[in-house]
Every structure is written in C-alpha cells, then in structure tokens.
Design a protein around this ligand. Structure first.
Ligand code: SF4
Ligand code: SF4
Length: 384
C-alpha cells in the first residue's frame, strides 16, 4: 500500500487560498472518488474555540470552496460542521468570531452545529478501548469528508493534526465521557486511534488539507501556545501519512506520539515513510526551511512513559493548575470535568481534587479565560 502527499510552499502562491487549491490539485489524481457524484460534502475544520490561532484559518475554507467551485460543484451540496471543545460554544459561534461564517454565507454553505442533532451510536470493530461511541449525525450522513486540521501541540495527545481532528466528530460534552477511557497517554492514544479506525472504515471518501502555514507549539497548546510560521500546506487522502510527514518536517519522531504510534501498529494507513510519494516541494526542502516543532514537556512525558511504563507516567503526568488572576469564577471547568474532580461554589474559585483528577486536561482546553495551566504531578503522582 502506498499513498501520495503534496507539500506546497505558501510563498510560491499569491495567497493562502490559492496555495490550498494548488496542494489539492497535486493529489487529485489519487482520489478514489468524484466530487460531482456527491450531494453531501462535509468540511470538518478544527474549531476548538472562538480564537483564530486555535482554529482552521478562514483562508483554508475559502481555498477548498474555490477548488470545489472550479470543479463545478453546487454549493447546495456542501456544508461545514464541527463540535468545538469549549462548552457552551458551537461551530456557528466560532465561525462567526474567526471570520468563517461570512465566507460560508457568501457561498450559501450551511454551517452545522454537531451538538444540535441527536448523535448516532456506533460500534467500533477491533476497538482497543472505545467499543461504542456517539457520532455526529452530519458525519454519519455525509458522502465525502474534507478534513481541515491545523498542526498544534497538545497537552494530552502531544500533537493535534490530521488524525486527532476527527475527535470532533463526537458531539459536545460526550467527548469528555470518552476521554475517561484514556487514563494514560498510551490509552488515550488508543482511544484516538479507535475513533480514527471508525472514520477509516465508514467514511472511505476523504480528503485532508493540512494547515502547516502557521503552527502552534509549546505547553499551552492546543488553545494558547506560541504561533510559528512554517509556510507549508499538505494535502492527501491518508491521514496517518500526512501526520508522519508533518512530524518529519518538524523533526519529531512519529512513534513518540501515542495515537500515531498506535495507528502505525494497527495499520490504520500508510505508516512507512518510504511508501509515501511526495509531490510538489521535496521533503528535504520542507525540512530545511522549517524549525524544530517544539512540543516541550509532553514530548518527554510520553517518551518516558513508553520506556518505564506506568510509574514514570504517574510521576510525569500533568495536572491542572489554576491561575487565579485570570479566573472569572464561571464554573465551566467543574461542569465539564468527566471525573468530578472540580468542586465549584458560586462566587469562589474552583477547587481541584488531585486524587480524583485523571489528568485529561479537558478543563484547561475548555476554560474560556485560559486560567488553567498544566503542571507536572511530580513524585506525589505515585501516591495519588
Ligand atoms: S478556571 Fe476557567 S473555567 Fe474554571 S471557573 Fe475559572 S475561568 Fe471558569
Ligand atoms: S480536573 Fe481537569 S484534568 Fe483533572 S479530570 Fe477534571 S477536567 Fe480532567
């Protein structure tokens, strides 16, 4: 099995949206489907929260729309949908805040909030952790899925990219429920790979356009990390191959990222660099113009957990740490915590139970004020 991935340099084009079209055209011969035979094409961006840096860029959405229009696709057949990680927010709110809604309105594209429809319960064959789960109805019903991830560091999964972006097919707070199945970095990696294996089996017509134009790095990712320009866009149909290429460009070992390691072991795509045909810019050129992808502590956390197992994991695992000056005492973190580890009383700061906390860091990801940071459990983690 082999696959094709395109790498384009945004600086070779007049605009990001033109570079998106260029990246897709380089892989279109590799598509196993015809856009014109579909009446339900769904764009799945990364809409973590109403913050531009944390989301798929509007230019990306515009580029994909331009490509589909060039192909003569009616916009009546196209919609865009997601379920943001932040509680109380929906895809329409995020799209409005970051400028995607205007683009959708201009092109008569419907925006779907995954939480508004009753989800579908699905079985995942060959799952390791997540045997059944809830999938957004729009995902279940679409014919063609266009995945629009952005490369970011991620406190729990180490990175979010092509495979991790599908975590958003689980609507709303249900994500937190399934997050509970992944109590360690390795187990969460298995859960993410389970989720991806459902997509592979049930959504064979897929295209991914991967935003490496400006990536997010550092320990505050995926919501508030440091933005670094890479000026690259990738496109292809194999998410595992795309993540491997993205990490190769960033000089990060793919096998150190739990969900990618698991996807390679389970053959969930092309996991061998030698079997990936690269078109456009060469991999060496892309690597030479790109700085190392800095994912800080999570890198070491996961790396050590592979070698020494659960003990090292318990010491190095991160827990939430409240930044009181930023906290608006809204209580959202307590509502979302799947382990009921946060106690909240009106007019007070939330209280975190170290003992109950499963280190999912959903609270950090979802806090609207960025008032939670991750800190290492340290040696006390062994006794918790
Ligand atoms: S930590 Fe964040 S989510 Fe929790 S109460 Fe404070 S502002 Fe709200
Ligand atoms: S306190 Fe935060 S990190 Fe701990 S279990 Fe709850 S949501 Fe997850």
């Amino acid at each position: 099995m082999s696959t094709r991935v395109s790498i384009v340099n945004v600086r070779d084009y007049d605009s990001i949206s033109k570079a998106v079209v260029g990246a897709i055209k380089l892989v279109e011969d590799n598509l196993s489907f015809d856009f014109s035979n579909s009446n339900q094409i769904l764009l799945k961006p990364n809409f973590l929260r109403a913050k531009k840096d944390a989301c798929t860029q509007p230019d990306f959405v515009e580029g994909v729309i331009s490509y589909l229009k060039e192909k003569g696709i009616s916009m009546n057949n196209v919609s865009l949908g997601d379920s943001p990680g932040q509680q109380g927010t929906n895809a329409s709110d995020v799209a409005r805040e970051i400028g995607v809604l205007d683009i959708c309105k201009k092109n008569d594209i419907k925006v779907i909030d995954f939480e508004r429809d009753v989800p579908v319960v699905e079985t995942i064959e060959d799952a390791i952790q997540m045997k059944n789960f809830h999938v957004a109805k729009a995902i279940k019903n679409c014919d063609i899925l266009i995945n629009l991830p952005r490369l970011k560091s991620h406190a729990e999964a180490m990175i979010t990219g092509a495979i991790k972006n599908y975590w958003g097919i689980i609507p709303g707070g249900l994500k937190a429920k399934y997050h509970l199945l992944g109590k360690t970095a390795d187990r969460f990696g298995e859960v993410l790979a389970d989720n991806f294996s459902w997509v592979l089996k049930h959504k064979p017509k897929r295209l991914t356009v991967y935003d490496l134009q400006e990536i997010m790095e550092g320990s505050m990712g995926p919501a508030a990390g440091k933005m670094v320009k890479w000026n690259l866009i990738l496109a292809g149909t194999d998410e595992l191959a795309l993540d491997i290429i993205a990490l190769e460009i960033g000089k990060l070992k793919a096998k150190n990222v739990p969900h990618i390691k698991n996807a390679i072991e389970r053959d969930l795509g092309v996991g061998d660099l030698d079997k990936i045909e690269i078109v456009g810019m060469s991999l060496d050129e892309a690597k030479n113009q790109t700085p190392k992808f800095n994912v800080l502590g999570s890198n070491m956390t996961s790396f050590i957990s592979y070698i020494t197992g659960h003990l090292a994991y318990k010491i190095m695992k991160k827990i939430p740490d409240l930044i009181k000056e930023k906290c608006a005492q809204c209580g959202q973190c307590a509502e979302i915590c799947p382990a009921e580890a946060i106690k909240f009383e009106e007019g007070n700061y939330p209280m975190f139970s170290r003992k109950k906390c499963i280190s999912c860091l959903c609270c950090m990801e979802l806090c609207p004020e960025n008032a939670i940071k991750a800190k290492k459990r340290g040696l006390r983690g062994i006794f918790d």
